[in-house]
Design a protein around this ligand. Structure first.
Ligand code: ATP
Ligand code: MG
Length: 427
């Protein structure tokens, strides 16, 4: 008797054959003559029927929601069954009989969040985690196809990337260290050896605001490379985004259908993306938000309004230097503008920030001082400008923000299995 995965049965590979599946009880409905079970494994859910005359009737009666079991029977096509196939069960072996499962339909959002360790078994989380893994694969594929080397930067760091307020400090033996907010500065080191590099790693931000797009720990897809300018940067980012969207659009149709997410928007993503300057963005937003003036940072509401106009991913570039980090390169003939670019998507706003990095040591030192940073804390960073400096660019994209957009999720906490927010760090 073949041990099969539920997906194989649902794909019609085993009709009228004897099969064995291993999994957990997802739902149970008990009649006088017939018990219906929905059994789930990692690949799907299938209906199983147990007749009163079956030798497995007694075991089936004992089964509770989330009990683990092995079930043998005959797979058959049945139009009435969800998924179009079912198993007529013959033998049931209970592996772990579950106590009363705490999660049921009437439970509150809050309660379900406290039960995250059990909620991850839900169809929704199972599907989201699969799409997440496929997005990671697709991103890596793209970087590899463009000759980028994956690298592993540190999470413990001694100097803040952009200074202050959203930095987590920690005791490192008897020293004060931080958790990294971005791997950018380390990628900048590595381009001098490997040239095109990327990493997919956690970033930590002590974000006090509770929004649908902020976590305190998120996964950051970052790339950095030399001998490149803003145009190269935007081309790379739109290439990456297009590849990921097209790949997921082909590969994850079942997952999107079951989650009720719109996959057509992914298939519609094609390079080149619209590009507007920050100044154009302000001009567009002014009629709706008259207080907005050149120099202001775009807020979530502003970004959302802009993104509604486009209805697809687009770039906003050339931001005011004043609101950008010290390493952002500025235009030599108008230094009030920085070579920084955000990719934005509908409903979420910003999903990536990138830019050209200042490669001149003296300008960089001035920028640090102007922002209240101590150049002596960044000696190694300045060394990169002392020894064979090159023009270079890079970007960082939040994996979970990307997933919130792709999967039409209501909240970023569902884009990661174990979300960390101001109030949540359990389990
Ligand atoms: P925001 O202004 O939305 O807080 P940011 O401009 O501070 O974001 P960056 O430093 O530009 O963020 O980080 C690069 C990318 O990392 C962002 O475009 C976003 O996709 C993601 N990101 C940043 N902060 C968070 C967070 N707290 N939770 C999840 N993703 C984040
Ligand atoms: Mg940003």
């Amino acid at each position: 008797m073949a041990m099969v995965k539920i997906r194989e049965i649902l794909e019609g590979c085993c009709a009228d054959q004897k099969v064995t599946v291993r999994g957990w009880v997802y739902r149970k409905r008990e009649g006088k003559e017939l018990i219906f079970l929905l059994i789930r494994d990692s690949t799907g859910v299938i209906q199983c029927t147990i007749k009163k005359t079956s030798p497995s009737w007694n075991e089936a009666q004992k089964l509770t929601i989330e009990s683990s079991l092995t079930l043998e029977g005959t797979a058959k096509e049945d139009k009435r069954a969800p998924g179009g196939f079912e198993i007529g069960a013959e033998t049931i072996t209970i592996i772990g009989l579950a106590e009363t499962f705490p999660i049921s339909k009437d439970k509150s959002e809050e309660f379900i969040r406290d039960m995250r360790h059990l909620w991850l078994r839900s169809r929704k989380m199972n599907l989201v985690m699969k799409v997440r893994a496929d997005v990671l694969d697709a991103a890596r594929q793209y970087f590899k196809s463009q000759d980028y080397t994956e690298v592993s930067p540190p999470m413990f760091i001694s100097a803040a990337v952009e200074g202050g307020s959203t930095l987590f400090g920690l005791k490192y033996f008897d020293q004060d260290l931080y958790l990294t907010q971005s791997s950018q500065l380390y990628l900048e080191i590595l381009i001098y050896s490997l040239e095109n590099v990327y990493c997919i790693a956690p970033s930590f931000r002590a974000e006090k605001s509770r929004t649908i797009r902020h976590l305190t720990e998120y996964w950051h897809i970052e790339g950095e490379w030399p001998f490149a300018d803003m145009n190269d940067l935007m081309k790379f980012e739109e290439g990456l985004m297009t590849h990921v969207c097209q790949t997921i659009g082909d590969k994850c149709q079942k997952e999107f259908a079951e989650l009720g997410a719109d996959i057509a928007k992914l298939k519609a993503v094609k390079a080149p993306f619209p590009r507007i300057t920050y100044k154009e963005a302000i001009d567009r937003l002014k009629p709706k938000n008259p207080q907005l003036a050149w120099g202001a940072d775009l807020g979530y509401e502003d970004e959302k309004v802009l993104a509604e106009d486009f209805g697809k991913p687009f770039f906003v570039y050339d931001y005011p230097t004043e609101i950008k980090a010290f390493y952002c390169k500025t235009y030599s003939d108008h230094s009030e503008v920085a070579m920084s670019v955000d990719m934005m998507v509908p409903r979420i706003g910003e999903i990536s920030t990138g830019g050209a990095r200042e490669e001149n040591k003296d300008i960089l030192t001035e920028r640090m001082k102007a922002q209240g940073l101590k150049p002596e804390d960044y000696e190694w960073y300045l060394d990169l400008r002392r020894y064979g400096t090159v023009p270079h660019v890079g970007f960082g994209m939040g994996l979970e923000r990307l997933l919130v957009w792709m999967l039409d999720l209501d909240n970023i906490i569902d884009a990661i299995p174990f979300p960390r927010t101001t109030r949540r760090f359990y389990p």
